[in-house]
Design a protein around this ligand. Structure first.
Ligand code: M6R
Length: 369
C-alpha cells in the first residue's frame, strides 16, 4: 500500500508531479477560463470583489502566504492571509465584496471552519480550496475548487500543499482574467509554465540522494534555521514546520531581511541555515539580497544549505551544500523549492528513529478549536 516506499510520506512526495497534473487537468474552459467545481458565485460576484482574505492553518496557511504574492501581483486587489484561528477574534472588516478563500486539505479543520462561518455571517463570499470531496468546509462555502491530490495519509502535508499552490495560482489567474487585468494569452503563458512543472519536479525528485546524505549529517543538530524572501519566505516557514512536526527538532523560518533585526544572534559555529534563493531571472535584485544574507550568516559560522536554481553558479561559493532545482518562474518556484525540504525533514525524522507518518501529539485533521 506504500507503493514500495518506506513511508506514506515518501510515497506522497513521489506522487506530487501526478497530483499537480491532475489538479490542472480539465480546469480550463474552451474560452481559457478556470472552471470551478461547485459554484454559487457568478462572474459578476467575482468582478465585484474588492478585497481578499485567505484563511487556513499550518501548511495550508503557508500555501495562502504564497497565494498572496501571486494574487496581488496578477489581480491587483489587496489580499491578506490570516491564520484561521486568529481571524474571527480580530473582528475583520468584511462585506459582500470581500472574498474569503478557505484552504484546507481535510476540509474539516475546526479553526478554518469557524473562520469561514464568521465570514459568512458578515456576508462575505467564501471560496474553498479543498482536497476532500464533500467535506464540511466546501459544503459550507459558496464555491469550491478541489485539489486532485488524492488521499493524503501521512500527517505531514506534502502533495496537498503543492496542489493547493496550483489551485491558488488558478484562482489568481481566473480573477485576473475575468476582471480584465490579464489578457487570455498572458494567462495561457503562465498556465503553460504550470503545465511544465510536473516534468521539472520528476527531474528534481530523481536527484534527492544528496539530500538524504545531508539528512544523516544533520540529525544531531540542535536547531535548524530557514531563510527566504518573497515566496521563498513561506517556503522557509514550511521547511521549518516539517522539521518540527516530524523530527521534533527546534527549527525556525525567517524572512531573510529580518535576520539582522534579531535572529542573526542565534547563529553559532556550525548552525545549519537552509537558504531558499530566488531565481536570478526576472527579479535579480531579490536574489542578490538573499545571496548577501547567505554571506552574512556564513561569516558568523553558519553551515549553509542553499536551494537555488540550477545554473546559478555564483551561489556555489557561499554554499556548504548546494541543492539545485529546475528553473521555474519566480511566483511558481515554491512548487520546486519546497520539495527538498520535505525530503530533508522526512529523512532526518527517519534517521532519528521517529514514526514519520504518525508524529507524536498530532492528528491528520484537527477537528477541535
Ligand atoms: O486539513 P487542513 O489543510 O485544514 O490542515 C491544516 C493543518 O492542520 C495541516 O496543514 C498541518 O499543519 C500539517 N500537519 C502540516 O504538515
Amino acid at each position: 500500500e506504500k507503493g514500495g516506499h518506506d513511508y506514506f510520506m515518501l510515497k506522497e512526495i513521489a506522487e506530487q508531479p501526478q497530483a499537480i497534473a491532475d489538479t490542472l487537468l480539465g480546469r480550463l474552459s474552451e474560452r481559457g477560463e478556470i472552471v470551478l467545481d461547485e459554484v454559487r458565485l457568478t462572474d459578476q460576484d467575482l468582478r465585484d470583489v474588492d478585497k481578499i482574505f485567505i484563511v487556513a492553518c499550518g501548511t495550508s496557511y503557508h500555501a495562502g502566504m504564497v497565494a498572496k504574492y501571486a494574487i496581488e501581483h496578477w489581480v491587483r486587489i489587496p489580499c491578506e492571509v490570516e491564520l484561521a484561528s486568529e481571524f474571527r477574534y480580530r473582528d475583520p472588516i468584511l462585506d459582500r465584496s470581500t472574498l474569503v478563500v478557505a484552504i484546507s486539505q481535510s476540509g474539516e479543520s475546526m479553526d478554518t471552519l469557524m473562520a469561514l462561518r464568521h465570514a459568512k455571517e458578515q456576508k462575505a463570499r467564501v471560496l474553498a480550496i479543498c482536497n476532500t470531496n464533500g467535506s464540511t468546509i466546501p459544503r459550507e462555502s459558496d464555491a469550491v475548487l478541489y485539489t486532485h491530490g488524492g488521499p493524503e495519509i501521512a500527517v505531514a502535508s506534502t502533495k496537498a500543499f503543492l496542489t493547493q499552490l496550483v489551485a491558488c495560482y488558478l484562482i489568481g489567474l481566473h480573477l485576473a482574467q475575468i476582471r480584465g487585468v490579464m489578457y487570455a494569452d498572458e494567462v495561457a503563458a503562465v498556465v503553460e509554465k504550470l503545465q511544465q512543472t510536473p516534468d521539472s519536479l520528476r527531474t528534481l525528485l530523481g536527484r534527492m540522494e544528496e539530500v538524504r546524505e545531508l539528512a544523516r549529517d544533520l540529525k544531531t543538530a540542535s536547531t535548524v534555521l530557514f531563510i527566504g524572501r518573497h515566496v521563498g519566505y513561506p517556503v522557509a516557514l514550511e521547511g521549518a514546520l516539517k522539521l518540527k512536526e516530524l523530527a521534533y527538532m527546534h527549527a525556525e523560518g525567517f524572512a531573510a531581511g529580518e535576520l539582522k533585526h534579531g535572529p542573526i544572534a542565534l547563529i553559532d559555529e556550525g548552525t545549519p541555515v537552509v537558504c531558499v534563493v530566488p531565481s536570478p531571472a526576472g527579479r535579480g535584485v531579490m536574489r542578490d539580497k538573499v545571496v548577501s544574507n547567505i554571506q552574512e550568516v556564513r561569516a558568523r559560522g553558519a553551515r549553509t544549505i542553499v536551494i537555488a536554481e540550477e545554473g546559478d553558479e555564483d551561489v556555489r561559493a557561499f554554499a556548504d551544500h548546494l541543492i539545485p532545482v529546475p528553473a521555474t518562474p519566480t511566483l511558481l518556484a515554491p512548487l520546486m523549492t519546497t520539495v527538498p525540504l520535505q525530503v530533508l525533514a522526512c529523512e532526518i525524522a527517519a534517521a532519528r528513529g521517529h514514526d514519520v507518518d504518525q508524529p507524536r501529539n498530532l492528528a491528520k485533521s484537527v477537528t477541535v478549536e
